[in-house]
Design a protein around this ligand. Structure first.
Ligand SMILES: [Zn+2]
Length: 260
């Protein structure tokens, strides 16, 4: 029996695999910025330090059954873990919906999972690990022949997006005398450009900057310190552009009257 991409079993399977990837993402988000190994040791309870048994480590299900607490010591397990698993499961389904059962669907799922990790790591630690930004720059270029993008446009995308942020960072430093943007953001946009190409990547920078500015204004208004994790907003903008970028560009061209 051959199942097509619309079969409920395929959707169920893809959702479950996505949630399992989310479980791994939780490990990445916690350990990568702390310089810890992703493989060892196995996950342990933050309260009693006891290793979490495999049957208590089933994505989403275990957290619900144990009501968000360790089985032994009842220490609360942060809702973030189950939310990341849920979000990654939904992301896998969104990629299947948008790209079908294809290689680009898989590549975009892996890439956007990494962007989800970047969003949370940058938010918490104000860093973007090179392992993700430079790693996915290389992966983006490597898979580009199968993404409908091609090697040349992938490289141009990486250089254009990373280059634009580099220019902005240099100018900002000259004009204001402070670092407005980290090198991590530049490398991250290199990866985004390698995956989506130049024009969509510039759209990501545009949306990311708008989101960041809006958030910064809200924080300032409330009297807080506006230290913006730009990578978080660039990641959020990447999600929008991967799923809706072509529609947005087509809509803009229509609205701008270029079809008249
Ligand atoms: Zn415990």
């Amino acid at each position: 029996m051959i199942l097509d991409a619309s079969h409920p079993l395929i959707w169920a399977y893809v959702g479950v695999v996505g949630a399992c990837v989310g479980s791994f993402l939780n490990v990445v988000i916690h350990r990568l910025p702390r310089g810890e190994s992703l493989m060892f040791p196995a996950s342990a309870c933050p309260g009693c330090q006891k290793k979490i048994a495999p049957y208590d480590n089933v994505p989403i299900v275990s957290w619900l059954l144990l009501r968000g607490r360790c089985r032994r010591c009842q220490t609360a397990i942060a809702p973030r873990y189950v939310l990341v698993e849920l979000a990654t499961g939904l992301l896998a389904l969104a990629c299947l919906w948008r790209f079908g059962l294809t290689l680009p669907a898989l590549a975009f799922f892996v890439f956007l999972s990494a962007m989800l990790a970047v969003a949370l790591i940058d938010w918490e630690h104000m860093i973007i690990p090179d392992a993700i930004s430079l790693g996915f720059l290389a992966i983006g270029v490597a898979v580009s022949p199968w993404m409908g993008l091609g090697l040349v446009r992938s490289l141009i995308g990486a250089v254009a997006a990373g280059g634009l942020l580099l220019v902005v960072a240099v100018l900002w430093k000259k004009l204001r005398g402070i670092d407005g943007m980290g090198g991590g953001d530049i490398k991250l946009m290199g990866a985004v450009g390698a995956f989506v190409g130049a024009v969509p990547a510039l759209l990501v920078i545009f949306f990311g900057a708008m989101l960041g500015a809006f958030f910064g204004a809200v924080v300032l208004r409330r009297g807080g310190q506006a230290r913006i994790a730009f990578g978080t907003f660039l990641s959020a903008a990447t999600f929008v552009v991967v799923f809706f970028g072509n529609d947005l560009i087509a809509w803009y061209l229509r609205t701008a009257g270029l079809n008249h």
